[in-house]
Design a protein around this ligand. Sequence first.
Ligand code: OGA
Ligand code: MN
Length: 242
Amino acid sequence: MLRSYGRKMQLSRLLKPFTKVNLTNLFSMRINEGVNKTISSNYITTYYDTKDISLEKEIHTNMLVQEDFLSENEEMSLFHEVDPYMRRLRYEYDHWDNAIHGFRETERRSWNEENQKILNRVKDIAFPPEVPKLAYVHILDLEKKGYIKPHIDAVRFCGNTIAGLSLLSSSVMRLVHDKDKNKYADILLKRRSLYIMKDAIRYEYSHEVLPEAESKFKGQIIPKDRRISIILRNEPNEEDTK
Ligand code: OGA
Ligand code: MN
């Protein structure tokens, strides 16, 4: 049943890989080798980094990151429910049509009571009550060396809003405008945070999760480890499913 609902359609097929753009020139940030190995919140005060004022405005309206959305106990509670299943899968690597490298994934419809409560809190923040949510929650396990290439989630399988919880590791998400690669921003996704992206940020910008070697935010190294994200989406617009 899980598969016939379209496990694959919602998962990797949902991702349309973009040609990798080389942003190294644009991102000439200073690297604090060995200094700020951990993320200190007094050093980083905002969760986004962009030089583009119009994108900054767009982020204010359509992208939210809530730090410490999960308590440590809640993080472990979610982890313990998904990990036994994830461990049975093998990490997958680059296929030509894959936007993700070093990952395993699944979908889950029913959760234990405690975890369902957490997911309901996410739904309450991310979606208005009348908006139909996908019944299956997407779970993506990226190994330490794993990363997500730039892509826009297929409109055929996902509506205007994507909400994600980050478990086990912090990471850096990069947004790049689909038609103007000079319009970009980095978003710091701390461990236990919730992010919500919607509308223009969801449709007009590709998102990616940077590999370990590029995992920096405002010049500070963001150490990467195995990361599990738990992602909720709403149902696609009807006209996009035809
Ligand atoms: C995806 C995706 C981001 C994340 O699976 O489409 O972009 O937070 N995931 O894992
Ligand atoms: Mn995505």
